[in-house]
Write a protein that binds this ligand. Structure first.
Ligand code: C2O
Ligand code: CU
Ligand code: CU
Length: 499
């Protein structure tokens, strides 16, 4: 029986999950992964993908106005465990994490995804304003041996840190855990004029937790439908790595790419981080933060100035959150923390460059959407019923349209966590939204920009406002819990934008 025909729950019942072609071995004995000493490996930085045609604007060959990329989804054996056996991953171009795409606002991109994996796959560009045909609806499979051209108009209103990842129905958690995720950075001209640090001092960091068998293979517990927690922190695919930094400012684009783990990041020396952006791009103004909580799929951009430290200083990025189950996280429950990665202030460029970057006091005016302009209010309760996670009492059915927002309308959605015992990072496709209020209070400064993931802690409710735009953004969309195990258990809803 093909598992595309079965739901995750059916597979769980049949005991098939994990015996699938994913090559994540199903051994019930607990994984005995030794703890590895931190800071043994340098931070990998995923390569920026070069277009196969199109080229950058202004260059010869760049006249088509579209950049064309090719990505092959394939298994690979990579060295993750320092000095240990290799690990079989599933990666975009065989990389874990996948290559980074740097796109320009207003310049379309076509990514040809070739599926050389044994499973059907789906690619979603998380955060982007993408027409439904290319948004990665969970049953729009690319079958093994087939390919599909995903077209991204990049007509979003702002640049932002997006990411692309697998979205195949019922098996997304396995696929992302196995490695199918990468960055997609949308640059915009207005942002480029700001004096913020630029590449190579603009570095994406994806945080993922993973467990391993002694033979190096990935350990994944298919039966933990609360949400899987791995026992090692990986950054850009390396276990607690270290980055050598110069005494200057860096921009880091943080992505929580974990299946269910929530992090509360902070520096071990207690100094604040300067947050400049959230999911949907730059905030109106920078915000100083002692700690930064990040739920799965959230992006936070920060600037750290290492000029504040003498050469030889090691600054450790810590996760202070105490979390022992995927189903629950209390972002106020902080402990002594565990290291996630280190920055070694080790040299000063070697080129006697001076750091001309800065963080302006105004990043980008954020025009607030007004509740008075909202045509429609909707309420969605994320709850539990008969041992399953439901939205307004229902499980996802890809054929059932739950509601129909109208193109051009402004809508207010109230996202409510109806269960005290679980937490849900809710992700809305299609648009970037603004938070009107969280538990009745106006959003904190770091949540007052554009967002597409909303963490619902125990008994929390968040009201968000969005404006449905885009002549081509009509048709099938979805929202769901981005705890990937919850998502695969069908905590998802289909809605269609109509004219
Ligand atoms: Cu990042 Cu619908 O997903
Ligand atoms: Cu998305
Ligand atoms: Cu959830």
């Amino acid at each position: 029986m093909s598992h595309t025909m079965m739901t995750r729950r059916q597979m769980l019942r049949a005991g098939l999950l994990g015996a699938s072609s994913l090559l994540l071995p199903m051994r019930r004995a607990a994984a005995q992964s030794a703890m590895f000493a931190p800071f043994q490996v340098p931070l990998p930085i995923a390569p920026v993908l070069t277009p196969t045609s199109g080229g950058s604007p202004g260059k010869k060959g760049g006249s088509t106005g579209t950049d064309f990329y090719t990505i092959t989804q394939q298994p690979a054996d990579v060295q993750i465990i320092p000095g240990g056996p290799t690990t079989r991953i599933w990666g975009y171009n065989g990389l874990y994490p996948g290559p980074t795409i740097r796109a320009k606002r207003g310049r379309p991109v076509i990514v040809r995804h070739i599926n050389n994996l044994p499973d059907p796959t789906v690619v979603h560009l998380h955060g982007a304003h993408t027409p439904p045909a290319y948004d990665g609806f969970p049953i729009d499979y690319v079958e093994p041996g087939q390919h599909f051209d995903y077209k991204y108009p990049n007509d979003d209103e702002r640049g932002a840190t997006y990411w692309y990842h697998d979205h195949a129905m019922d098996i997304t958690a396995h696929h992302v855990y196995a490695g199918l995720a990468g960055f997609y950075i949308l640059e915009d001209d207005a942002e480029a004029t700001l004096p913020l640090p630029k590449p190579p001092y603009d570095i994406p960091l994806v945080f993922q937790d993973r467990s391993f068998y002694p033979d190096g293979s990935l350990y994944y517990d298919s039966f933990d439908s609360n949400g899987f927690l791995g026992d090692h922190f990986l950054v850009n695919g390396a276990i607690t790595p270290v980055l050598q930094v110069s005494r200057r400012k860096y921009r880091f684009r943080l992505l929580n790419g974990s299946n269910s783990r929530v992090y509360v990041f902070g520096l071990d020396n207690g100094r604040p981080l300067t947050q400049i952006a959230s999911d949907g791009g730059l905030l109106g103004a920078p915000v100083q933060r002692d700690t930064i909580a990040m739920a799965p799929a959230e992006r936070t951009e920060v600037v750290i100035d290492f000029a504040a430290y003498p050469v030889g200083t090691r600054v450790v990025l810590m996760n202070y959150l105490e979390q022992d189950t995927g189903k629950y996280a209390d972002v106020l429950n902080l402990g002594p923390g565990r290291p996630v990665m280190a920055f070694d202030v080790a040299y000063n460029l070697g080129r006697r460059e001076t750091d001309t970057s800065s963080v302006p006091g105004v990043l980008r005016p954020v025009q607030r959407l007004r509740e008075a302009d909202a045509a429609v209010h909707r309420r969605f309760e994320f709850g539990r019923s008969n041992g399953a996670w439901v939205i307004n009492g229902q499980l996802f059915d890809p054929e059932r349209v739950d509601f129909r927002p109208r193109l051009g309308d402004t809508e207010v959605w109230e996202l409510v966590n109806g269960s005290g015992g679980w937490v849900h990072p809710v992700h809305l496709h299609d648009l970037q939204w603004q938070i009107l209020d969280r538990n009745g209070s106006p959003p904190a400064a770091h949540e007052a920009g554009f967002k597409d993931v909303f963490f619902l802690g125990a008994n929390e409710s968040v009201r968000v406002i969005g404006h449905f735009t885009g002549e081509n953004c009509v048709g099938r969309y979805q929202f769901h819990c981005h705890n990937l195990e919850h998502e695969d258990m069908r905590m998802m809803s289909r809605w269609d934008v109509v004219r």
